[in-house]
Design a protein around this ligand. Sequence first.
Ligand code: FES
Length: 137
Amino acid sequence: MQNYSKEVMDHFLNPRNIGKIDAPSGEGEVGNPVCGDIMTLYIKVEKNSKKEDCISEICFETLGCGAAIATSSMITEMAKGKTLEEAWKISNMDVAKSLGGLPEPKMHCSNLAAGALKKAIRDYYKKKGETPKFIDK
Ligand code: FES
């Protein structure tokens, strides 16, 4: 096992929010072409008290390495309860930082989680036929 932080080991061994949401509001699947690992992220979107689109539920399924599972688990905790605009801004660096860092050769694994979340948010707006300003084309 690489030199993983205790946060990475915790999320790898006890992943949070693992699974699938039936009829999700948005879904994003990304694959890492280098290693072949795959992650799918599901979100349920509801309005908060300010009538903003908010992530009320979030789950993931990941076929991948320990770092991919840990980053998937961590991003679900970071995004839950956030507005879609706030969740859109979560970067792979933010995820790695929240995990106490990742060994350099494993940094690319965090791209899966951040990419899948963005894809799920895009999917939600695509289904609604909307493109909010914070989403780049
Ligand atoms: Fe494939 Fe980490 S080695 S995502």
